[in-house]
Design a protein around this ligand. Structure first.
Ligand SMILES: Nc1ncnc2c1ncn2[C@@H]1O[C@H](COP(=O)(O)OP(=O)(O)OP(=O)(O)O)[C@@H](O)[C@H]1O
Ligand SMILES: [Mg+2]
Length: 260
């Protein structure tokens, strides 16, 4: 999956400013960047929920940014999306939520759906919640249920928008582990938008930092750890723990001075 020279404006707000980025199949790419830099907007272009002013979006070899809604549906079925807000339907049980894509997109019988839903709930670590009212779940449990729903059609690609926001560090760690395991189990291509630096280093095969609607840097976690790009370091150090800071860059003090 890739985007090529994407531009998107909302009125006078020029959000994507020539965004070019390719996501390697079978890898986890973590996309970071300051709040408002266009991460969620980028994800929405990948599934055709938003349309670019110019530029191109490809799924495999297929250009999808100009597809009709009907053809886009086939593509969307192959992409799982974990929305920033989790977005469970509170009028449905957990099991109905997770089974919803099966009802919409497949001919599976109620019994088949139930079996697959139970399997997914087990996979994401909330077994036995099929008949539970989602309103009674904790934030971490809701994220997992939403994750089960995102993967139930066994997509080729999964997009995660801030999968750990609002979760305590332990639950964030569990979500990170889940993202890893799902990728291995389902051979997924994963695209994870986050500003959880700890999570990023834990799960990324490749990292991307967006800045002002463009790619500031792409590279391996190691390349990010050792980069001397001032913007990248400022971003990473702003959110890192004391331990991580110590390991990042010995003379970041002098870099700060240069910046001002
Ligand atoms: N539908 C929309 N209409 C108008 N402006 C929008 C719309 N969606 C996003 N924007 C604007 O585009 C910019 C980028 O938004 P986006 O949601 O992509 O940020 P983000 O990088 O995901 O930030 P965060 O880390 O806070 O989630 C923001 O200025 C936002 O107000
Ligand atoms: Mg966002």
């Amino acid at each position: 999956m890739k985007v090529q020279d994407l531009h998107k404006r909302f009125g006078r707000n020029h959000v994507l400013r020539g965004l070019t980025l390719a996501f390697n199949p079978g890898e986890t790419t973590v996309v970071m960047g300051p709040s408002g830099c266009g991460k969620s907007v980028m994800l929405k272009h990948l599934i055709g929920l938003l349309h670019a002013d110019s530029g191109e979006v490809y799924f495999d070899q297929t250009r999808i940014d100009q597809l009709k809604e009907s053809r886009l549906g086939d593509i969307r079925r192959r992409i799982g999306f974990l929305f920033q807000q989790g977005a469970l339907f509170d009028s449905m049980s957990v099991g109905e939520n997770v089974g919803f894509p099966l009802r919409e997109h497949t001919d599976a019988t109620a019994e088949e759906r139930r079996t697959r839903v139970e399997r997914m709930l087990h996979m994401v670590g909330v077994p036995g919640t099929h008949d539970v009212d989602p309103a009674t779940l904790s934030g971490g449990q809701r994220k997992r249920v939403a994750l089960a729903r995102a993967i139930i059609l066994e997509p080729d690609i999964i997009l995660y928008d801030e999968p750990t926001t609002g979760l305590d560090p332990i639950r964030s760690d569990i979500i990170g582990e889940l993202i890893r395991r799902l990728q291995n189990a389902l051979q997924l291509t994963s695209i994870v938008v986050t500003h959880d630096i700890q999570l990023s280093f834990r799960i990324a095969d490749r990292m991307v930092l967006l800045h002002e609607g463009q790619v500031r840097m792409t590279g391996t976690p190691e390349e990010f750890r050792t980069t001397d790009d001032i913007e990248v370091r400022r971003f990473l150090e702003g959110r890192a723990t004391v331990d991580e800071l110590a390991g990042l860059e010995p003379n970041h003090q002098s870099a700060e001075v240069e910046l001002t």
